[in-house]
Design a protein around this ligand. Structure first.
Ligand SMILES: NC(=O)C1=CN([C@@H]2O[C@H](COP(=O)(O)OP(=O)(O)OC[C@H]3O[C@@H](n4cnc5c(N)ncnc54)[C@H](OP(=O)(O)O)[C@@H]3O)[C@@H](O)[C@H]2O)C=CC1
Ligand SMILES: Nc1nc(=O)c2c([nH]1)NC[C@@H]1CN(c3ccc(C(=O)N[C@@H](CCC(=O)O)C(=O)O)cc3)C=[N+]21
Length: 299
C-alpha cells in the first residue's frame, strides 16, 4: 500500500515556515534590534511536556531566537508560580512566554493563564486573545488551531464550503479550531460541527465530514467506518502508548487509526510529523509577532 503521496507533511511545512522566520530574524537584527526572546515555564517532570518544551527551545535556536527555560518542581505553590509569571511580564528582555500545561492539580491553570500579559501570551490562551480571535480582531492566535489552518492553506486543501467535523472541545484545540475554521477567512469558510463526549451518533456525524479534525487524546479512536472515502483527515492527538519494542519505551499514537483510515482518506496528517511540528512553528511565528508589536503595538 502506497500512502505517501497523499500524506500532509507537517514536518516539511513547519521547516518552510522556520526558514521564513529565520530570514525575518536576520532582517530584524540587521537593523540593530536584539533577536526575539521566548521563555517557557515547565512545572514538574512529565515526559511528554519535557519533550515538547525541549523541542520548542531547540526550534528557537534554529531560527535565531534567544530562549529561556524556567523549571520548577511540581510542589511549587500557586503564589510562587504567579510571581514567576509576573516577573516575565515585567521583563523587557522577554517578548513572549508560555506556561506548559498541564499544571499540577493544586494550581489553578485558568488563573495562571489570565495572569499572563496578553501581549506576551504567545500560546494565545489568554481570554483577551481568545476573545479578540472570536471577534475577528488582530490577536495572538492559539498555535495548534492556527497551525492546522496554515497547514491546510499551504497544502492547497480546499476548505470553503466544506463540512468540517471537529472532535473534542478543549480550550486549547477543539473550540478555537472550530471557530477559526468557520470564519470568513481565505483558508476557512467551513461549515463546522463540534463534537464531544456527549455527542449522540458520533460516528454518523463524523461520516458526513469532508474534513475531520480529531483532537480528543484517545489513541486510534477514529476508525475506517467513521470516515467518508475521500475525506481530509487532520490528526491532532499525541498519546504516548507503552511499547516494549521501542528504545524510548513508548510509541506516539494519534487519535486516528492511521493504518485503517489512510487508504480511504484523500489527504491525511501522520503522527508524528503532522500537526505537532506546525504547533511549534506557529509558536515561533507568534513570538516574532509579539517581538515586533505586530498585534499589540509596542509602547
Ligand atoms: N499536536 C499538537 O500540537 C497538540 C496535540 N495535542 C493532543 O491532542 C489531544 C487532545 O488534547 P486536548 O484538546 O488538550 O485534550 P482535552 O483532554 O483537554 O480534551 C479532549 C476533548 O475530547 C473530548 N472527548 C474525549 N473522549 C471523547 C469521546 N470518546 N468521544 C468524543 N469526544 C471525546 C472531550 O470531551 P468533553 O469536553 O465532553 O470531556 C474533550 O472535549 C491530546 O492527545 C493532546 O496530546 C494537544 C495540543 C497540541
Ligand atoms: N502551554 C502549552 N502550550 C502548548 O502548545 C501545549 C501544552 N501547553 N501542553 C501540551 C500540548 C501538546 N503540544 C504539542 C506540541 C508539539 C508536539 C510535537 O511536536 N510533536 C511531534 C513529535 C514529538 C515527539 O517525538 O514526542 C510530532 O507530532 O511530530 C506535540 C504536542 C503542545 N501543547
Amino acid at each position: 500500500m502506497n500512502t505517501a503521496p497523499h500524506l500532509i507533511d507537517g514536518k516539511q511545512t513547519a521547516e518552510d515556515i522556520k526558514v521564513e522566520i529565520a530570514a525575518a530574524v536576520v532582517k530584524l537584527t540587521a537593523t540593530g534590534q536584539r533577536p526575539p526572546h521566548l521563555a517557557a515555564i515547565l512545572v514538574g517532570h512529565d515526559g511528554g511536556s519535557e519533550t515538547y518544551v525541549r523541542n520548542k527551545v531547540l526550534a528557537c535556536e534554529r531560527v535565531g531566537y534567544d530562549s529561556t527555560l524556567l523549571r520548577f518542581d511540581d510542589d511549587i505553590t500557586e503564589a510562587d508560580l504567579l510571581a514567576q509569571v509576573g516577573a516575565l511580564n515585567d521583563d523587557p528582555a522577554i517578548d513572549g512566554f508560555i506556561v506548559q500545561l498541564p499544571l499540577p492539580k493544586h494550581i489553578d491553570a485558568e488563573k495562571v493563564i489570565e495572569a499572563i500579559r496578553p501581549e506576551k501570551d504567545v500560546d494565545g490562551f489568554h481570554p483577551m486573545n481568545l476573545g479578540r480571535m472570536v471577534a475577528g480582531l488582530p490577536a495572538l492566535l492559539p498555535a495548534t488551531p492556527s497551525g492546522i489552518v496554515e497547514l491546510m492553506a499551504r497544502q492547497g486543501i480546499k476548505t470553503s464550503g466544506q463540512h468540517c467535523v471537529v472532535i473534542g472541545r478543549s480550550n486549547i484545540v477543539g473550540t478555537p479550531v472550530s471557530i477559526l475554521l468557520a470564519k470568513n477567512l481565505e483558508t476557512a469558510n467551513c461549515t463546522v460541527t463540534l463534537c464531544h463526549s456527549r455527542t449522540k451518533n458520533l460516528a454518523e456525524i463524523v461520516r458526513q465530514a469532508d474534513i475531520v479534525v480529531a483532537a480528543i487524546g484517545r489513541p486510534e479512536f477514529v476508525t475506517a467506518d467513521m470516515v467518508k472515502p475521500g475525506a481530509v483527515v487532520i490528526d491532532v492527538g499525541t498519546t504516548r502508548v507503552p511499547d516494549a519494542s521501542k528504545k524510548s519505551g513508548f510509541t506516539l499514537k494519534g487519535d486516528v487509526n492511521f493504518a485503517e483510515v489512510a487508504p480511504l482518506a484523500a489527504r491525511i496528517t501522520p503522527v508524528p510529523g503532522g500537526v505537532g511540528p506546525m504547533t511549534i512553528a506557529m509558536l515561533l511565528l507568534n513570538t516574532l509577532r509579539a517581538a515586533t508589536g505586530a498585534v499589540y503595538p509596542k509602547a
